[in-house]
Design a binder for this molecule. Structure first.
Ligand SMILES: NC(=O)c1ccc[n+]([C@@H]2O[C@H](COP(=O)([O-])OP(=O)(O)OC[C@H]3O[C@@H](n4cnc5c(N)ncnc54)[C@H](OP(=O)(O)O)[C@@H]3O)[C@@H](O)[C@H]2O)c1
Length: 268
């Protein structure tokens, strides 16, 4: 924990905040005193997270906005409520952790709708968030920091993971495009590649991929069994460090970060 460090980012928006990496990050930022707007698909887990945060940090300022961000109508509703809740406040950090991409046993079972859903959540949603929040990004004391959580699979073609891989590759391209487009805005953007992380999402993915007899299921299970996967807590802590003012703008901006690099760059 590095809560003695100075904080520049006080109002943060996290998607995918009810589970895995997003929830670990939410706890880190709550501990560091951030006002948090937490988005996830299902309401019940999100409310449970809110209750946990409120119990731990009774003086904290936490908001939850449930809704399926793939569904255009629900997305519009969530984003409208978010914009209203933020009002005239400035937004200091946006972290897009929500992600999807169902495996497919073979080409015949690879449904185009699955790819469409993955493209929605992994690219359209972060663009919609950034667009809507542009007026809330203010130049001082430091620009708003945006982090897209990608996946190493984007450049690693493997059978059965087309929706996930193609959409994460599109996310990488979106990151590059936003880096260019944001040069005239008080905002900067980075891509986070977390590596293999022990989360409910990963464990569910392994179960599904194993049932489909996809070979990468065994690789991922071995990563978990041999302790080679990161914990969600580790990744949440590194992400919080990445958002901290001690990571200079020059090194944060436009960069692809890996979990293992963050402390070494920060000397921690
Ligand atoms: N775990 C890994 O090994 C790993 C590796 C590389 C990259 N990543 C990336 O890291 C990010 C977080 O992964 P994780 O393993 O922490 O996942 P996770 O445990 O499955 O959590 C996913 C979060 O996203 C939310 N979400 C999913 N679909 C949504 C939708 N349609 N609308 C709104 N929210 C939605 C979930 O809410 P509900 O639970 O209510 O659906 C949940 O809060 C993802 O982008 C993933 O691709 C993970």
């Amino acid at each position: 924990m590095r809560d003695e460090l100075p904080l520049a980012h006080n109002t943060s928006i996290i998607t995918g905040a009810s589970s895995g990496i997003g929830w670990a990050l939410a706890q880190q930022l709550a501990h560091r005193g951030h006002t948090l707007y937490l988005l996830a698909r299902r309401e019940a887990p999100l409310l449970a997270c809110l209750e946990t945060l409120q119990q731990r940090y009774p003086k904290g300022n936490f908001h939850v906005l449930p809704g399926d961000l793939i569904d255009p109508r629900q997305r519009h509703g969530v984003l409208t409520r978010l914009r209203t809740a933020i009002g005239t406040s400035s937004v200091d950090a946006i972290i897009h952790c929500a992600g999807t991409g169902l495996p497919a046993a073979n080409l015949a079972d690879w449904h185009p709708d699955d790819l469409s859903d993955a493209l929605q959540l992994n690219t359209v949603v972060p663009l919609a968030l950034v667009n809507m929040l542009l007026p809330c990004m203010t130049p001082l004391p430091v620009p708003c920091r945006i982090v897209l959580v990608g996946a190493g699979i984007d450049r690693h073609v493997q059978r059965g993971t087309g929706s996930y891989g193609v959409s994460k590759m599109a996310m990488r391209r979106l990151f590059e495009q936003l880096h260019e487009e944001l040069t005239s805005q008080p905002a900067e953007i980075a891509l986070m590649q977390p590596g293999v992380v022990d989360t409910p999402g990963l464990r569910q993915h392994i179960r599904t991929a194993r049932a489909m007899k996809l070979p990468h299921a065994d690789y991922l299970q071995t990563q978990l069994d041999t302790g080679q996967a990161f914990s969600a807590e580790t990744v949440g802590e590194r992400l919080a460090t990445l958002l901290d003012v001690s990571t200079s703008q020059a090194s944060f901006s436009g960069r692809e970060w890996r979990t293992a690099e963050i402390y070494s760059n920060e000397g921690g």
